[in-house]
Design a protein around this ligand. Structure first.
Ligand code: HEC
Ligand code: HEC
Length: 205
């Protein structure tokens, strides 16, 4: 079997696994946004009270799907996703109810997108992928406007800071952040391609 075929099958299998995982988490997410607003006061200093941070070193959380926020807070809590500086500690003391409430609050708010320059390479990668390198279109999962997919737990990307999108892609590529789908894809992307698609994503709305 050709390597590409094996990769494609691997990707399709991850799809099924993600779907199954999504069903479990989606059912668990029934947060109370008003309670989440109060509970997220400690988060606001970095992520902004409504999830739009003042500084690009912190990811935007506003408008992100509750299923994805919940998943990330759980993996920070279990230390499967490592951010020893901050997020492992922040998530340590959160109960499942806290996580659901806080996720509901940030999800309810609107993300303020960046003003990105036109980026042809980034747009091309996002919309059509790079067929010669078997890179799939990002839009296939993350949506044409980067709106993501709450049921499949594909995060919304539209309007996110370019620097954070780039950091995430490098973290998948280096294996620092584990996810089979995104690791397979980023292994095939050059730094130039990562920068281009990150810039493009930041202006999507
Ligand atoms: C001192 C600053 C700081 C505080 C306080 C903080 N965070 Fe974070 N948060 C970060 C940083 C930095 C990252 C990016 C980590 C990385 O690069 O992996 C992050 C990442 C996240 C992510 C992942 C976003 C994504 O798109 O994957 C979530 C969700 C999150 N934080 C939620 C929270 C919540 C909820 C709280 C409050 C309980 C909180 N944070 C408090 C700095 C902070
Ligand atoms: C087959 C579906 C699929 C495709 C295609 C895909 N992604 Fe993803 N992406 C995911 C999933 C699932 C996650 C969540 C992984 C996790 O939990 O860490 C993700 C996470 C991300 C994140 C992290 C977001 C955050 O807030 O931390 C970025 C950035 C990202 N993808 C960018 C891209 C780009 C750019 C492309 C195209 C080159 C792409 N993705 C193609 C499924 C996909």
């Amino acid at each position: 079997m050709k390597k590409n075929t094996i990769m494609a099958i691997g990707l399709a299998m991850s799809f099924v696994a993600a779907q199954a995982f999504a069903e479990q988490t989606a059912a668990a997410v029934q947060g109370d946004a008003a309670a989440g607003k109060t509970k997220s006061e400690t988060c606001g200093g970095c992520h902004g009270a409504d999830g739009n941070p003042a500084a690009a070193v912190f990811p935007k959380l506003a408008g992100q799907h509750p299923s994805y926020l919940t998943k990330q807070l759980r993996v920070f809590r279990s230390q499967k996703r490592v951010d020893q500086m901050v997020m492992n500690t922040m998530a340590e003391s959160l109960t499942d109810a806290d996580i659901a409430d806080i996720s509901a609050w940030f999800a309810k708010n609107k993300v303020i997108p960046e003003k990105a320059e036109k980026n042809d390479l980034g747009q091309k990668i996002f919309r059509t992928g790079i067929p010669s390198k078997a890179v799939p279109a990002c839009a296939a999962c993350h949506g044409p406007k980067g709106e993501g997919n709450p049921t499949s737990v594909y995060p919304a990307l539209g309007g996110q800071y370019s620097s954070y999108v780039g950091k995430s892609l490098h973290d998948y590529k280096s294996g620092e952040r584990g996810n089979e789908i995104m690791q397979t894809i980023t292994n095939r992307l050059s730094d130039e391609e990562i920068n281009a698609v990150s810039d493009y994503v930041s202006g999507l709305q």
